[in-house]
Design a protein around this ligand. Structure first.
Ligand SMILES: Cc1cc2nc3c(=O)[nH]c(=O)nc-3n(C[C@H](O)[C@H](O)[C@H](O)COP(=O)(O)OP(=O)(O)OC[C@H]3O[C@@H](n4cnc5c(N)ncnc54)[C@H](O)[C@@H]3O)c2cc1C
Length: 270
């Protein structure tokens, strides 16, 4: 059985800059990292591999340099890495992205059964959390989002039991295989690649699939297949702080002014 894990290359968020004219990301000189949630997705896939002997395939859609992201998954222990890269995939919104990823998973399923697909809960750049559910819907897989614990994977009964992290509570749910999980950070602690694994992954092959492999209608993928696009992107302006009293020479007086202000604005429950 294959476990497919989706990993995305994202800019190191503290350094992102947006082109004010085109509203697109300025990629030059920006360091990229593996989307942090996806490292937890890879770890879960590897735990399935360790316990049940599944093969783990990491896939990513992106430009050629996204290969580095896949090498990190290989260094963690993934068996195979496939980069979906083609100009016709470019400019994709979440709908078109999930279409390409789902087609790649269908293609892998021709070689071996895909029992579980794992994605991060969301990315730290797009933050839509739409891609995982989009893939599950296209593949007609059960989907369990926000998974923070895997309780049981029963391969003979073809069922999985997990805990989901909701706001202020947890939910225990069960689903049949094949299933798509999206995972949160609390799920596990990603293993640190050993030096030997890193060296090995540096020479490992990352397969590159273009659209000739997937055979998708070019009008349904990339920019052409994206019904949404960004009309404006901006960072919210921070309200300027207000100096209260003279904190340097009269800290107690400044604290009293602050408390009075908080009481005035009903911010302190008395
Ligand atoms: C309205 C809109 C317009 C956009 N226009 C453009 C554009 O013109 N050009 C452009 O480059 N981007 C564009 N994007 C960004 C692009 O849609 C996202 O990079 C991509 O769709 C993933 O969405 P996300 O980051 O929100 O993923 P999320 O749904 O937050 O990601 C969830 C999980 O899905 C998986 N995943 C997501 N993306 C990938 C991927 N590419 N490969 C492998 N796994 C993945 C990961 O496991 C991830 O943790 C646009 C996005 C939106 C919403």
């Amino acid at each position: 059985m294959l476990v497919v894990v989706c990993v995305k290359q994202v800019p190191d968020t503290t350094q992102v800059q947006i082109d004010p004219v085109t509203n697109t990301l300025i990629r030059e000189g920006v360091p990229f990292i593996v989307n942090p949630y996806d490292t937890h997705a890879v770890e879960q896939a590897l735990r399935f591999k360790d316990r049940y002997g599944c093969r783990v395939v990491a896939i990513s859609m992106g430009p050629p340099n996204a290969e580095a992201t896949l090498r990190k998954a290989l260094a963690q222990g993934a068996d195979r890495a496939v980069l979906l890269s083609d100009r016709v995939f470019g400019g994709a919104d979440t709908l078109a992205t999930s279409k390409v990823l789902a087609a790649a998973i269908e293609r892998l399923a021709k070689e071996d059964e895909v029992g579980v697909v794992i994605c991060g809960k969301q990315t730290i750049d797009g933050d839509t959390a739409q891609v995982g559910p989009g893939i599950a819907t296209r593949l007609d897989f059960a989907q369990l989002t926000l998974v923070d614990r895997v309780d049981e994977l029963d391969l003979s009964a073809r069922r999985i039991k997990v805990s989901r992290k909701l706001e202020g509570r947890h939910e225990h749910v069960e689903a049949p295989l094949p299933v798509l999980l999206t995972v949160v950070r609390e799920l596990n602690r990603p293993r640190y690649p050993t030096v030997a694994m890193r060296l090995e992954s540096a020479d490992a092959q990352v397969e590159v699939w273009d659209n000739s492999v997937l055979g998708l209608d070019v009008n349904t993928i990339g920019l052409k297949g994206s019904p949404t696009w960004v009309s404006r992107i901006f960072s919210p302006e921070r309200a300027k702080g207000e100096m209260l009293g003279d904190g340097a020479h009269d800290p107690e007086g400044a604290a009293q002014i602050l408390i009075d202000k908080m009481i005035e604005k009903d911010l302190l429950a008395l």
